[in-house]
Every structure is written in C-alpha cells, then in structure tokens.
Design a protein around this ligand. Structure first.
Ligand code: ATP
Length: 365
C-alpha cells in the first residue's frame, strides 16, 4: 500500500508537485497518466526515495518513509524501501550478460551463489527470457531488454514496483504483446504497482484504476470507465479526448431543462439545476452515432431521449482500426467509427451527415 499526503516538490521556479494526495491499495496496479511535465516521474522518484519532497508525507505499507516526526525529518533510503524501479530506457549494464544484469542486486546483497542462480533462472523463465541468459543487452530486441529490466527488479522480491513508461521506445506490436504479458505477470506476483504512461489506452488495458495528473496536481482518480463517463474537470475531459463544450443550463417554466451549446438547445430529462448557470459539458466520441438518416434506427436507443443534429463532415482521420470524424453541427462534434462503418456509410469530408446522441450521454463537469 502506498499513501501520499499533500506531497509538494519544486525545482527552483517550477512547481513539479503542488500537493498530491493519493492512495494505492495493496497489490493494486494503478496507472498514472498525464501530459508531459505534469510531475509523474517526480512522484515516482519521491515514492522510490530518489528525490525528497519539500513538504508532505509518503507511507509505504503504513510506514512513514518521507515526512517529519516532530522536528525530525524522515527519509528512508531507496535500498530500504523494498522497491523495484523500471525506467524508460531500461538502464541495463551493457558489458554484462542478461543473467548478470538480472542477478546484480542479489550479488550486491551477498546472497549465496546457489540461491542467486536459482532465483535468477526462475525469474528469467517467468518473464519469458529462457534461452537468452548468455546474451548481451545489445543482442536483444527492445521488448527483451524491458523483460530483463523487469526481471532485474522482480528478482529482489519487491513489495512495490514502479514502472516509468517502460514501453515508450517500443513499436506498437511489441507494446501490445508485452502489455498483455506484463498484466498477467503482475497479477500472479501480488505486488503493488504504479505504472506511468502517456498512453491512455495502455493505462486502461493494464489497470482497473487510473490517476490523471495535470500541472503537478492529481486531477482525478478512479476506474477507467467511470472517469471516461464522468470526467471531473475540463482538463481531464480534454486530456481523454472527449468533446468538451461551454454550455448553459436553462430551466424553462414548463419544468423542462435544456442545455444551450452555441446556438443550439438540447432538451434533457435530468434535473441539474433550477437556475440558469454556465457549465462545462462533455460527450464521449464513442457515444455519438453518425448516419445519413435524420432519425436514429437503433433498437437499443428505443425510448431514449436522443438528439439528432444535421451537420457537415469537416475532417476524417483514419487510424489502425477506427476513424475519428469531426462534424460541424452548429458546434464541433467528434465521433469515432470503425473503418468498416466508415466505408458502409460512404462518409467523406464535406458531406452532409446526421449526428445522434442520447441526452443521457451528456455529462456536466
Ligand atoms: P514526462 O511525461 O515528459 O516524462 P513528467 O510528467 O514525468 O514528464 P516530471 O519529469 O516529473 O514530469 O517533471 C515535472 C516538472 O519538473 C517539469 O517541468 C520538469 O522540467 C521539472 N523537473 C523535473 N525534474 C527536474 C530537475 N531535476 N531539475 C529541474 N526541473 C525538473
């Protein structure tokens, strides 16, 4: 279990962490996402003991490792924290074979030779490095190097594992296969993991909960689906790639509520407020359906309060398996479609299209 209480850290003028309070459960894998420079690595370094906070407290398994007891400053050394740390660049020793890289920490602790050999080969097999023990790092692929870095940490039986963008330098295919192996391995190991990544899809694939950081603050923490459905702020919604609008809630004398976005008013059954007020409205691209028909013909949407707006396709960006479509419907609406749906609907930039979404899909931050 890891607990951070109001942790602050500045580097000169730069406030890298502005009071982060966070809790990682025992044996949980928590992914931390956020834009470059938001403080993710600084937070990992403080948990690892490689850098001391200016203020605040850090507890590992309920033991204070950073903070103060009375006037006495507490800083438990990194080597005493029972932690493994895997960096972006692996940081392997180039002149050592895989087996020596993996067993390095055990040798430094003067563990008996037979035990070193046994633990190292068990862990190398566990992470899928069998047959590579006598190779040097420059004879390995990027994915294999990351497996060595992981094995080198795991062989020390850490209670906490910190991973800082371990797959950032790998190609997409290797990333995907390594990601699925990592998840399986970490589930078996029963270790508390903090996994830093830029990649939201990777974060959601690996962990149940994610923490979104921005500008040295923890913006939101929770289950991936919950955060995607209900981002707590404009910052989080924009980081997640959702549609984000400035809206106004209008309460009509008839009792009906509407949200005004630009010049368009959208009726909504939810009673958010009895007064007119400005709000931030979000809508997931996946919750937007495009069609050539002005009415939605979808069984699942029967009986729902849904909205259909006419618009023009402004931009289509094709990705590996889906496409992102930007429609001008009086305000910009982003939608996501599979490539086969894009083909079936015969959509093209400049074409007219109808945009459909449920009123319930609108979220007020
Ligand atoms: P990235 O995703 O690009 O790795 P990050 O979210 O991990 O970024 P940090 O590396 O924690 O961000 O950096 C947070 C801020 O603190 C940045 O503005 C960075 O330039 C600054 N910073 C980090 N370490 C130092 C340092 N040792 N000296 C000066 N400034 C630093």
């Amino acid at each position: 279990m890891i607990e951070l209480k109001n942790v602050k850290k500045s580097f000169g003028e730069i406030d890298a962490l502005r009071g982060v309070t966070m809790h990682v459960e025992k044996h949980e894998l928590l992914s931390v996402v956020g834009p470059s420079g938001c403080g993710k690595t600084t937070m990992l370094n403080i948990i690892a003991g490689l850098c001391s906070p200016d203020d605040g407290e850090v507890f590992i398994n309920k033991v204070l490792v950073e903070g103060k007891i009375g006037r006495r400053r507490v800083h438990v050394k990194p080597s005493k924290r029972k932690m493994g740390y895997v960096f972006q660049n692996c940081a392997l020793f180039p002149h050592m074979k895989v087996r020596d890289n993996v067993s390095y920490g055990l040798k430094a602790m003067h563990v008996p030779k037979r035990e070193i050999a046994k633990r190292s080969s068990t862990i190398m097999e566990f992470v899928g490095l069998q047959g590579r023990a006598d190779s040097y790092p420059d004879e390995l692929s990027g994915g294999e190097k990351q497996r060595v870095a992981l094995a080198r940490s795991l062989v020390m039986n850490p209670e906490v594992l910190l991973l800082d963008e371990p797959m950032v330098a790998l190609d997409l295919k290797t990333r995907e296969s390594l990601r699925s192996d990592f998840r399986k391995l970490l589930e078996v190991l029963k270790v508390t993991v903090v996994y830093v990544t830029h990649d939201l899809a990777e974060a959601c694939a690996l962990s149940d909960r994610i923490a979104v950081m921005g500008g040295g603050r923890l913006e939101q923490i929770g289950h991936c689906d919950g955060i995607l459905e209900k981002p707590s702020s404009r910052f989080v919604a924009e980081f997640l790639g959702l549609n984000v609008y400035d809206g106004t809630i209008i309460h009509e004398p008839s009792g009906q509520n509407k949200i005004r976005i630009g010049d368009i008013e959208i009726a909504t059954p939810r009673l958010w407020s009895s007064e007119e007020r400005s709000v931030t409205v979000t809508l997931r691209p996946e919750d937007v359906i495009l069609s050539s028909e002005s009415e939605i013909n979808n069984q699942k949407w029967c009986g729902c309060n849904c909205h259909s707006l006419e618009g023009t396709i402004v931009e289509i960006v094709k990705l590996k398996s889906n496409a992102k479509i930007l429609v001008d419907a009086g305000f910009p609406i982003r939608s996501e479609l599979t490539l086969s749906s894009l083909k079936d609907l015969d959509l093209d930039e400049g074409k007219k299209v109808y945009v459909h979404f449920k009123a319930d899909s609108l979220n007020i931050c």
